[in-house]
Design a protein around this ligand. Structure first.
Ligand code: FES
Length: 154
């Protein structure tokens, strides 16, 4: 991420060290990842050691230093989703994207992750594409949605 964008986010939080987690979340949301260069610059702006910033970024599962892809697909593998056909949905995503869970497509357009619960158990299985969540899915529905998202992202 370019330095100007990071500065804007850090300034929004008035360079408060206590806002470090919020800052990491926002930088990640903007850039789909937190690379070492971004972490170093955040540390510099906040006046805290890089090791502290890196430690936080690698401790919390919601924050990642891996490249996530422009669209992060988060497929729920919690109990409700699993018993309602979530595994079939995840298999369809893996097959269509041609990646395994935890990987990113060759063009960095999509990343695929499994999550424990998206908070919508009663209308499972669920999959989110960045901030938008789709529910009551099956293999056909998820492939239809993925096709549409792929078309929109071109
Ligand atoms: S288990 Fe999937 S949304 Fe809760």
């Amino acid at each position: 991420m370019d330095k100007e964008k990071i500065e804007k986010i850090v300034n929004k939080h008035r360079n408060e060290k206590s806002a470090i987690l919020a800052i990491l979340h926002e930088v990640q949301a903007e850039d789909n990842q937190l690379n070492a260069e971004s972490l170093r610059y955040i540390a510099l702006l906040l006046g805290v050691p890089y090791a502290n910033v890196y430690g936080l970024a690698t401790f919390y599962s919601a924050i990642s230093t891996d490249k996530k892809g422009k669209t992060l697909v988060r497929a729920c593998d919690g109990i409700s989703c699993h018993i309602n056909g979530g595994e079939e949905v995840i298999e369809a995503l893996k097959s269509k994207l041609n990646i395994e869970v935890g990987q990113t497509t060759w063009d960095e357009a999509f990343g695929l992750e499994k999550v424990r619960c998206l908070g919508l158990c009663s209308i499972s299985p669920n999959v989110s594409f960045n901030d938008k969540t789709y529910s009551n899915l099956d293999k056909e529905k998820i492939l239809e949605i993925l096709q549409k998202v792929m078309g929109d992202s071109k």
